[in-house]
Ligand binder design. Structure first.
Ligand SMILES: CC(C)(COP(=O)(O)OP(=O)(O)OC[C@H]1O[C@@H](n2cnc3c(N)ncnc32)[C@H](O)[C@@H]1OP(=O)(O)O)[C@@H](O)C(=O)NCCC(=O)NCCS
Length: 199
């Protein structure tokens, strides 16, 4: 038995288990380090900008196809968020999708992999009009959904909405393969297609 400074009698085995000074110092250094890192993490925003996200659309109805019409400001904000993910991934030099600018139009692409009673946006495309021509400025599909034909389906529906729209480049390798395979009229393009199949 050992008598502690506050007069409490502690069994010797417990007394020996008390953290050593060096251990306590180490714990306090770790706490400081973690506090600093938590502080640093806040600079990545909430949710952190390194996350790749899908967006549950609780106020929207599930579409009959894969495209969702972003017909409210909140849904247009989702298009803008997905546009940011496109920019982060491709580092293309492109202005942000401005949800309050009616010159920018967009579509949301519903997830095929995750289904719910509400749509879950797994992708989007941005469109703008120049004279009489619609341009698809960008398109992005969440990596979980890629390679499953989701974009092919979205493309068919986009052509129903926007006709034979033009496609703004430069084109990623996967987009180039798609445009080649689809034999898209070169008059609809403004950049050469990518040679390499890798993105
Ligand atoms: C381009 C992108 C939208 C394609 O979406 P997706 O849903 O994976 O495409 P799909 O599964 O519908 O594939 C359709 C066709 O695209 C081409 N394709 C898609 N991914 C490809 C890849 N990784 N490599 C080569 N071709 C690819 C193929 O021709 C494919 O047809 P196939 O399956 O019969 O070979 C998607 O890869 C993406 O968002 N990439 C990052 C952003 C980007 O590159 N945007 C375009 C900028 S120009």
């Amino acid at each position: 038995m050992q008598v502690a400074s506050d007069g409490v009698t502690v069994p010797t085995s417990f007394a020996m288990a008390r953290p050593h000074d060096a251990e306590m110092q180490y714990t306090s250094v770790m706490d400081d380090l973690l506090d600093g890192r938590r502080q640093e993490l806040t600079h990545f925003g909430e949710p952190a900008r390194f996350d790749i996200r899908m967006f549950p659309l609780l106020t929207a109805e599930c579409p009959s196809g894969v495209l969702i019409d972003p017909n409210t400001y909140a849904l247009r904000q989702v298009v803008a968020e997905i546009g940011l993910q496109f920019k982060r991934e491709t580092r293309y030099d492109l202005g942000p999708f401005d949800p309050s600018n009616p010159d920018y139009q967009g579509v949301l692409i519903n997830s095929e992999r995750f289904s719910a009673t509400f749509p879950i946006a797994a992708g989007a495309a941005g469109f703008s009009r120049e004279d009489d021509t619609w341009w698809m400025d960008w398109v992005w599909v969440h990596p979980y959904e890629r390679g499953t034909g989701l974009f092919r389906q979205a493309w068919n529906e986009m052509e129903q909405l926007y006709g034979l729209f033009h496609i703004d480049g430069p084109y990623s390798a996967s987009m180039s393969t798609f445009l080649r395979a689809r034999q898209i009229d070169p008059n609809r393009l403004n950049h050469p297609l990518h040679d390499d199949r890798r993105d």
